[in-house]
Write a protein that binds this ligand. Structure first.
Ligand code: ADP
Length: 450
């Protein structure tokens, strides 16, 4: 029995301490007390054990926390360095650079942006537009780019005395979520001036070259006519013919250069008049009849009946049809076929289609065919002569009139036949007049004293 407890109970109860009931009760209480003691010891042990474990774990936690803090510190330093490098790079750009969030608030920009535009740095794109008056309108471009998810650019916009190119590119976070846009401004004034000076030089040089060349041509023709009935002059006649051919080719080249430079300087005058396109095209086919017959080429004219008249510039239209027809004749071997079709494709446009059975355009050259001075390798080898300017001029004229040019040339290396090409020119029924330039010409004689 628990001794201390027994003594306490006996002292409290005094008499009757030996009665069996009391002894039993004492025994019960004492047992319970012993159990309680035992439990308490167990509890004490387990408590001391778990507190050691707890201490161990919290030590581990503290260490882990310190390691994480170290890593975060290192990463933050790295990020700061990268950010500093990025900002320094953006600052050293010779372009104006701006990053905006999707609402148009400026997130990051460089000094050059404000310098090029001559403005104070602003918090958002509307403020930039306000500072610029109505001179550039960046906000509408920004809005359109954000809503269409497409990059936009405007090249060589006139901004006071400067020429500026503006590029707006949306920033997509993932899938289609747009979180802002980058705006880049380039001051292209110098490049524009150099480009313009180059074009002006070509224009001037071609203009100057044209007159003496035409005089040479005139006089050789005149001499050729004078000696035409005198047989002893056969050799001279041959020489004169060769001079004449060479001069004609040079005049054509100079004329093409002049036309191309006038186009580049934005100096083409459009003076529209009412024309019947099938009749007009037929007239040009007739002018080329000699070349067609020389190569024994079969020609078909497929004109949709009752087509409306078009309001177009006859000079420019003639250059387009002549270029496309001359190419079809030149790049088709003898005994080939050419079909010229005119049809209505919608309420505002007619389509001119010229199909040939010629050498075709190699796939690797197709993307460059409308670029200035480009000639495909397959025809360069044939020594057919050409300037590489005809299609460039054709495309510029059609696009100035509001139309489009395209072509197809099926490439089948296995086929023994020449693949042929088909050129399509969409010709608007109504060309907008523009009278502030010089008219282009495919003729040389009438230009002698212009
Ligand atoms: P070019 O004076 O060389 O004919 P163009 O600008 O008219 O200049 O044409 C550019 C090039 O496009 C030609 O050199 C030729 O390689 C190709 N080309 C144009 N039309 C045709 C055609 N109908 N068939 C095959 N190649 C063509």
């Amino acid at each position: 029995m628990h001794r201390i407890l027994k003594r306490q109970i006996e002292k409290t109860l005094g008499k009757d301490k030996d009665s069996p009931e009391l002894q039993q009760l004492l025994q019960l209480v004492s047992d319970t007390y012993d159990h309680f003691d035992e439990d308490r010891r167990l509890l004490d042990r387990s408590l001391s054990l778990s507190s050691a474990e707890f201490l161990e774990k919290s030590r581990n936690l503290i260490e882990a926390k310190e390691r994480i803090e170290e890593i975060v510190h290192e990463r933050t330093q790295e990020l700061r360095k990268t950010q500093a490098r990025l900002i320094a790079s953006i600052e050293s750009l010779s372009l104006g650079f701006l990053i905006l969030d999707e609402k148009g608030t400026v997130f990051l920009g460089n000094r050059m942006f404000d310098e090029i535009l001559g403005i104070q740095s602003s918090d958002n794109i509307s403020q930039i537009d306000q500072q610029l008056g109505d001179k550039l309108k960046l906000k509408p471009m920004f809005d359109e780019s954000i809503s269409s998810h497409q990059p936009l650019n405007s090249r060589n916009m006139v901004f006071g005395k400067q020429a500026l190119s503006v590029y707006v590119t949306p920033i997509a976070l993932h899938m289609s979520k747009i979180i802002g846009a980058v705006v880049i401004i380039e001051d292209s004034t110098k490049e524009r001036q150099i480009d313009k000076a180059k074009t002006e030089f070509v224009s001037l040089a071609s203009h100057q070259l044209r007159t003496p060349l035409t005089i040479v041509k005139w006089h050789t023709e005149a001499m050729r006519n004078k000696i035409k009935d005198k047989p002893y002059e056969a050799i001279i006649k041959k020489n004169l013919d060769q001079i004449n051919d060479g001069t004609k080719r040079m005049i054509a080249l100079v004329q093409a250069l002049l036309n191309a430079s006038r186009i580049e300087l934005g100096k083409i005058a459009i003076v529209p008049e009412l024309l019947n396109l099938p009749e007009f095209a037929h007239g040009i086919v007739e002018e080329l009849r000699l070349e067609i017959q020389e190569k024994n080429i079969q020609i078909s004219e497929v004109f949709q009946p009752n087509l409306p008249k078009i309001n177009a510039d006859p000079n420019l239209l003639a250059i387009v049809i002549q270029n496309l027809m001359t190419n079809a004749i030149k790049y088709t071997p003898p005994k080939g076929r050419i079909t010229i079709t005119v049809e209505k494709i919608d309420t505002e446009n007619l389509e001119l289609i010229i199909t040939d059975t010629g050498y075709g355009i190699p796939r690797e050259d197709q993307a460059k065919i409308f670029t200035k001075l480009f000639r495909a390798d397959n025809v360069k080898l044939l020594k057919l002569g050409g300037t590489g300017l005809g299609l460039y001029i054709t495309k510029s004229i059609i696009e100035t009139a509001g139309g489009k040019v395209s072509f197809t040339s099926p490439v089948d290396p296995a086929s023994k036949e020449t693949p042929g090409s088909t050129f399509h020119a969409t010709i608007p029924l109504n060309w907008a007049p523009r009278k502030d330039g010089s008219s282009l010409s495919s003729e040389d004689n009438d230009l002698l004293y212009t």
